[in-house]
Design a protein around this ligand. Sequence first.
Ligand code: MG
Length: 309
Amino acid sequence: MSTQVILVDKVVMNKIITHYQASKVNRNVPGVIFAAKTTDAAITAYKSGKVLFQGHGADREAERWGQLSTAKKPEQKKTKGDVLPQNFAQLSVLGSDETGTGDFFGPVTVAACYIPAHKLELIRELGVKDSKSLTDDVMRKIAPDLKATLKYSVLTLDNVKYNEIQALGNSQGKIKALLHNQALKHVLRKMEGEKPDYILVDQFAERAVYYNYLKEEPIIIRENLLLATKAEGLHLAVAAASIIARVAFLEEMDKLSEIAGIQLPKGAGKKVDETAARILLKNGETTLKNLTKWHFANTNKAKMIAQRK
Ligand code: MG
């Protein structure tokens, strides 16, 4: 879907309102002075003089009224990767995303889930949106509904296994690729022959690199697979996968915190180093190792802090 924003003066604004009067729709939103819906474009006019055109006819309609403005386009985020079809957000998509890769404590989790087009509205109503704008608590509430509604797979690579695989020389990129491929495979199996229009993976590596990581796998998911960054904003399937992965991460963190006897912090910052040092002093190296991604720089920082105490 194309989006255009133009900035107009009062005279042009009045012309626009007159022109689209027959297609007028009621839009009770602060700042909106007029809205219309034609066969292929939605027009929204704001008090500020901005007029937003959305839909297949957006470019054509916007051009009638003036120069296409350089004003920031709303709801469009810069993403890199494959070019998606125009109506991508409305298609039946199998999406996948991971979490935990930047956290010293806790696992790496990857989830994939399939949203057929007819369920998109329902999923939106459950509160799924770009997961970057949702809090952990909200995600914990939404995740069970998603799991009950959608075909999904979620994989939790615990720290013991992660450290083993990493020590064998596997990069985080490769670990992620293997998990994404496996989660996608599981969901496709559950779909029993039904095919998604597309598969969208939240991109962490170039396509050639991604497939190179998978070259020894017996089954490699390739058909209609697209890669794009910030994909949780491109289709609800990735947003939902991201929520499911995040909640799996949080649940594992709850368990690990109980084992450690202390609330484990997320991320890889100073607080993480200090908590790690406390665990090192209290429970020893093996315990700490089993709670963390041992190859992170935090390990040495924690050892240094512990030595000073
Ligand atoms: Mg991601």
